[in-house]
Design a protein around this ligand. Structure first.
Ligand SMILES: *Cc1c(COP(=O)(O)O)cnc(C)c1O
Length: 338
């Protein structure tokens, strides 16, 4: 099977498994796991931030960040289709008791101008206090759309001027950086906190990093414990994450080329109405007949290709390090004949 459902399905390579099996470990709740410490230092330094925290998932890093930045009754501004709102089980309400202001925006992205309209007046008791802006880059529901760097600079400058923390749900931030050909440190300067998934296109089996100032990470470490996320000999899994950050970032551009190829094939497929412009490793296509979606997915499955339903009449395909060029070629030929 060629699995294009998600970039979370990647398998650790032999080399990664070797690094994991041989990792030095200790009790990380005692801050004694050398591999976790190394991973956190490596991630922080990449983004030119002071500190990082290794967590079990991207949902956990996002929810911890929200909990540190926002008080109960406060408000988070984010895109209406953002992962933190749509796919984290109502965690903003449940974990932090916070309100959400959902903004529309092109392909999962919001703008400084729109954010500026929705900062609640802090002295009017009717309104929840706006306490956080959260950006998703790349934007999953936007079909892997990448924020324009100038817009990010505007959003960041606006939030700084308002004293409003800015969080990045950067589950796929390295895909965005690959497109904009920028060092991670450029993005580090924009945000107060950054969540990075190690277990998506980077290919580690488990884990995410939360990155920020030393003071922020100290608070985050307490919240992680309260959320039940303190781990003991976590170096075993951190070693996979460290390997991923060292060796699997540069190759993301290959996934982007593969996704472009799949996008073209879908464009040429008689059953497909349109394809969102492919910028990174996510391809979202809209069927001519929305009713045919599940049949289309089933037909691909019968040819050995897995993809995902992505809303009414929509499917999603995601490329990753276990999708080779020949897999991509095979999928394209099948799709064009559908
Ligand atoms: C996958 C993902 C996350 C985190 O998901 P986990 O499965 O909890 O690691 C967060 N944000 C976005 C945009 C994602 O795609």
């Amino acid at each position: 099977m060629i699995d294009l459902r998600s970039d979370t399905v990647t398998q650790p390579s032999e080399e990664m498994r070797f690094a994991m099996a041989n990792a030095a470990v200790g009790d990380d709740v005692f801050k004694e796991d050398p591999t976790v410490i190394e991973l956190e230092a490596f991630g922080a330094q990449l983004f030119d931030k002071e500190a990082a925290l290794f967590c079990s998932s991207g949902t956990q890093t996002n929810q911890i960040a929200i909990n540190v930045h926002v008080q109960p009754g406060g408000e988070v501004i984010c895109h209406e289709e953002s992962h933190i709102y749509k796919y984290e089980g109502g965690g903003i309400a449940k974990n932090t008791g916070a309100s959400v202001r959902l903004l529309p925006g092109d392909r999962g992205r919001i703008t400084a101008a729109n954010i500026a309209q929705w900062i609640n007046p802090p002295h009017d008791v009717h309104f929840p206090l706006t306490q956080l802006v959260s950006i998703e880059d790349t934007a999953n529901r936007g079909g892997g759309a990448v924020y324009d760097t100038e817009e990010l600079a505007r959003i960041s400058a606006f939030c700084k001027a308002q004293n409003l923390p800015l969080h990045l749900d950067g589950a796929r931030v390295f895909n965005a950086l690959a497109v904009n050909q920028l060092p991670a440190a450029t993005y580090g300067a924009f945000y107060d906190s950054i969540s990075v998934c190690l277990s998506k296109g980077l290919g580690a089996p488990v884990g995410s990093l939360l990155i920020g100032s030393a003071a922020f990470i100290e608070k985050a470490r307490r919240v992680r414990k309260v959320f039940g996320g303190g781990m003991r000999q976590a170096g075993i899994i951190a070693a996979g994450g460290l390997y991923a950050l060292k060796y699997n970032v540069d190759r993301l551009k290959v996934d982007h080329l593969h996704a472009l190829r799949l996008g073209e094939a879908l464009q040429n497929c008689g059953k497909i109405e349109s394809v969102l412009p492919v910028q990174t490793n996510i391809v979202v296509a809209i069927l001519k007949d929305p009713e045919q979606r599940d049949l289309f997915i089933e037909a691909l499955k019968n040819k050995g290709i897995l993809c995902m339903a992505f809303g009414p009449g929509m499917i999603r395909m995601v490329t990753h390090l276990n999708v080779s060029e020949s897999d991509c070629q095979y999928c394209s030929e099948i799709i064009e004949k559908m």
